[in-house]
Design a binder for this molecule. Structure first.
Ligand code: SAH
Ligand code: MG
Length: 897
């Protein structure tokens, strides 16, 4: 046990700031202290099995987590000493200068020599830190190399050394070879205390015996250790493979690694920075150049290892997680499997990081939109972007949000009362945020910038949406790094992104050899759906829960290798949160049904990142005719908020009331033809068929092919069942097309409906639709429904604290995240009245849910336009719509009727 007082005592002569205060200055609340009580081993009397342990004085150990590292304090008698001790260790580890350190070159040279001389002093050897553990291990090396500490170790494991070197040569910051050569030159002056032999340093005189004996308490030195490491050959032709290294704790592990690389001993090896997580010990080991200064490597550039480590690595590399840490005196080691190598590789792709955060590499996909925070599953875009930057050794992304509130409050007079209103109500509720994000290289070159113009009601949404745009764009590049610059540019523009090609391609130069999207066309074979159709199917915006399993399948001998399965996996339908073929399967399923299909293989890295048994997956992958096989069961569907509210709070549900409203209008007008603009999955058309009406021809138009496919299935079944006696319907058709465009085939219909559609378009588009439908389509009757925003207070149960506040509804959210707007009664009425007046239509207002004369009016507000004159003007033929399904009573074979 080390007395806390001793280490802290050193501090009294340093500046008045405590270590904790210094850490706070640097890291603020990113520094996380955790104190735990520890058993004082010296009081255990050798009886670890005692039921009631002998209670010595309580001791505390503190773990300090910082963005770049984690340290553990000595055991201390007081909690606050433990915290100070941890902070002190962190300061030492990170090489933070306590005083303003700004030496001249000459001073830096002296300091470097001083530091090296300290490292070889009696004082340093017994201290608890990763570098002194190397010194102790070096003393256990055999023969000629006894006590020799490789320069690479001094360059990598001592924060102070690398910090001082920066002042001698700024390039040293990112170049450990340069640090090594500077150390060598500084050590050359220390002829009294240090001996240089090739690429290592050795103490001139032996350590005094009492120092040596005080360091001899490391446990389990006789233990032999076997660790899994991954070999990354320099030649891209050779496969990355897993091997075991064996060493004893008594030997020096770097010697073992050197031999595996075909070298003689530890100093022939250079060590990369750490890879992956903040507290990781994972590094890549590779051959050092023969001559440090001339920087000439024997081997070729190892592309895979360099991409991985974000620095140049030459020759074969060994990826291993082994070394001495701040946490214990024993050697730390962890297996690095082939699977973890591939997982880290996948993690460097934005979409891959998302897949990994969902633990669904072969199912999840980076969603294309951030709809609602509550529907998002997996890491949030902002966090993924930070991880991405960390994995690629870039600076943290910089977000800057702006709110319109300052402008909004400008035109308000400064009286006290009004000011209060501004702050407590208006400002909060009408505030809109937009967010810009920038990504810089480590050298502060601006690589990518995304500045969306859209505003959002919540600051976090604005941040997430900006982050997602950048991620989506980066993802497109990573999935296909050979994409042309023009295409990349175009994609960037669509996402409000600007990038600096020079810096962008410099940072990601190696991606070309690392990632290539394999099967561009990953269309599944037939999707085979089994099980009873319960009718409960998902629609866009639904949250669904599935179980799935994925296997590799070799066609020639039907050998299968199970890759992964998942009992419960949730995602939102409609924004590509899963691989396209999964989404299209699930969209066709009802709760309780299962789907089975095969697809072409994705890139090997995804498969190997999933496979527990890499060897058998590899052997299957090497054969040509291999497929991936999916089994999916739809467990649960949670409808979008809007539908849930409409069903829970109205009886009959609002959607049914809208249908009944339309049926009433059809009956009153004896309409024979109907077109449903924005028919979606056909809920209105399908329901209409359950009522006896005068309709002979029904048409649906929508831009969503997925919705239309569903509508086609529904209508097909229903129409074929309808007997001629119960229905006059002769013809039905569904068109793929935008209702803002005119198609002459739908001119002059008896009735047109457009229910709950306009709010899904931008306001300008909604106006355009109004113009086009009344001036070109000119139906006799047009029924338009849209949510009444004022009614949301009731739907969402939201009220304001201030009863005087007139604009109560401002606190409410829209009913559905896909809504671009929701209008108050006044807004809707003015839209409709202008249109009706311009195009010579009469106008009535109505609605469903609630009542016209009870505040706040109907839940769904409805406008009914009636054409004033009969017009038989011939219109020019103008076809924009594509029929995707058609039904004709004449064509139905008799047996089906
Ligand atoms: N009328 C249906 C669906 C409402 S959801 C019902 O009441 O259940 C809104 C629908 O409008 C979606 O299916 C969407 O695809 C469609 N839509 C949005 N913009 C459109 C456009 N410009 N042209 C055609 N359909 C559109
Ligand atoms: Mg809607």
């Amino acid at each position: 046990m080390i007395e806390a007082g001793k280490t802290l005592a050193n501090h009294t002569k340093k500046p008045s700031l405590t270590p904790k205060a210094i850490i706070h200055q640097k890291f603020g609340d990113k520094a996380c202290y955790k104190v735990e009580e520890v058993q004082d081993d010296s009081n255990q009397n050798g009886c670890p099995g005692l039921a009631i342990p002998q209670k010595g004085p309580s001791l505390y150990r503190c773990t300090l987590e910082l963005p770049e590292t984690t340290v553990v304090s000595d055991a201390c008698r007081r909690k606050k000493d433990a915290e100070q001790s941890a902070a002190e260790k962190a300061i030492e580890k990170l090489g933070i200068q306590l005083k303003e350190y700004n030496p001249t070159k000459e001073e830096a040279w002296n300091d470097l020599a001083g530091r090296i001389s300290f490292l070889f002093s009696n004082e340093f050897l017994p201290s608890l830190n990763p570098l002194s553990a190397h010194f102790r291990a070096a003393l256990r090396r055999e023969g000629h190399f006894k006590g020799c500490v490789p320069l690479s170790v001094l360059a990598i494991y001592d924060g102070k050394v690398s910090n001082i070197c920066k002042y001698i040569d700024p390039m040293a910051e990112s170049n450990s070879l340069l640090v090594m050569s500077l150390v060598l030159r500084a050590a050359a002056k220390l002829t009294d205390s240090v001996v240089i032999s090739d690429k290592q340093l050795q103490r001139r005189n032996e350590y005094p015996l009492e120092i040596l004996s005080s360091t001899n308490n490391e446990s389990n030195l006789s233990e032999s250790i076997s660790i899994d490491v991954v070999i990354i050959p320099a030649s891209l032709e050779k496969a990355v493979e897993s091997v075991k290294l064996n060493f004893t704790a008594a030997g020096y592990y770097l010697d073992v690694i050197a031999r595996e690389l075909g070298m003689n001993e530890a100093s022939d090896v250079i060590i990369s920075r750490t890879i992956g997580k903040a507290s990781s010990e994972m590094r890549i080991y590779s051959a050092a150049p023969k001559q440090l200064l001339c920087d000439q490597f024997e081997g070729t550039l190892n592309i895979r290892a360099s991409y991985f480590a974000g620095q140049e690595i030459h020759g074969d590399g060994i990826l291993a997680s082994v070394g001495y840490t701040w946490r214990s005196t024993d050697i730390f080691h962890e297996a690095v499997s082939l699977r973890s190598y591939y997982r880290m590789l996948v993690n460097k792709i934005p979409g891959g990081a998302y897949k990994i955060s969902r633990d669904a590499i072969l199912a999840a996909n980076l969603p294309s939109a951030f709809t609602m925070k509550s529907n998002w599953r997996g890491s949030f875009p902002r966090d993924i972007l930070s991880t991405f930057c960390r994995f690629h050794y870039l600076s943290e992304p910089v977000f800057s949000t702006q709110s319109n509130s300052s402008e909004a409050s400008l035109d308000l007079p400064g009286s006290r009362k009004k000011l209060k209103v501004t702050q407590s109500n208006k400002e909060e509720k009408t505030e809109a945020f937009c967010c810009e994000v920038k990504i810089y290289s480590k050298n502060q070159e601006l690589i990518v910038q995304c500045s969306p113009q859209e505003t959002h009601r919540k600051q976090t949404d604005a941040v997430q949406i900006a982050a997602l745009k950048v991620l989506s764009w980066l993802n497109l590049f990573f999935e296909n790094p050979n994409i042309s610059s023009e295409k990349l540019n175009l994609l960037a523009e669509n996402l409000d992104i600007h990038f600096t090609p020079r810096y962008f391609f410099k940072e990601f130069a190696l991606c070309h050899s690392m990632h290539n999207n394999k099967a561009a066309e990953n269309e599944p074979s037939l999707i085979d759906i089994t099980g009873e159709n319960s009718g409960a199917t998902p629609s866009n915006g639904s949250l669904v829960c599935i179980s799935y399993s994925v296997s590799l399948f070799r066609e020639e001998d039907s050998i299968k290798d199970h890759l992964k399965s998942c009992e419960e996996f949730e995602f939102e339908i409609g924004n590509e949160a899963v691989l396209p073929y999964i989404e299209s399967a699930v969209a066709q399923m009802a709760i309780g049904q299962s789907a089975y299909f095969q697809v072409d293989l994705p890139s090997d890295e995804f498969i190997l990142a999933t496979a527990v048994d890499s060897a058998s997956a590899l052997s299957l992958l090497s054969s040509k005719r291999c497929k991936m096989e999916y089994n999916i069961t739809l467990l649960q569907v949670t409808e979008p908020l809007e539908e849930r509210m409409e069903q829970a709070q109205f009886s009959p549900p609002l959607s049914k009331q809208r249908v009944e409203f339309a049926v009433q209008q059809i009956k009153e007008s004896s309409a024979a033809s109907l077109v449903d603009f924005g028919c979606g999955s056909g809920s209105l058309l399908d329901s209409l068929l359950s009522y006896p009406t005068s309709l002979e021809k029904i048409v649906g138009v929508d831009i969503s092919l997925r919705a239309l496919t569903k509508a086609a299935k529904l209508l097909h079944t229903k129409l074929n069942k309808l007997s001629e006696s119960s229905s006059k319907i002769k013809y039905a058709v569904l068109y793929d097309g935008s209702i803002t465009k005119f198609d002459s085939q739908l001119h002059g219909f008896d009735i047109a409906t457009c229910l709950e559609v306009i709010e899904h378009m931008e306001e300008e588009e909604a106006s355009l639709f109004g113009e086009v439908v009344l001036s070109c389509f000119r139906p006799k009757i047009l029924i338009v429904s849209t949510p009444n925003y004022e009614y949301n207070v009731i739907l969402q149960g939201c009220t304001t604290e201030d009863p005087d506040e007139k604009n109560q509804t401002q606190v409410c959210k829209f009913r559905n995240h896909d809504h671009k707007f929701e209008w108050t009664r006044a807004q809707f009425e003015s839209w409709a009245a202008d249109l009706a007046a311009t195009h010579n239509y009469g106008l009535d207002f109505s609605g469903v849910g609630g009542a016209a004369d009870v505040e706040p009016g109907f839940a769904s507000q409805i406008a009914i336009f009636r054409r004033r004159e009969d017009n038989f003007t011939n219109v020019e033929s103008d076809n924009h719509y594509v029929p995707i399904w058609e039904w004709n009573r004449e064509n139905i074979p008799p047996k089906e009727q």
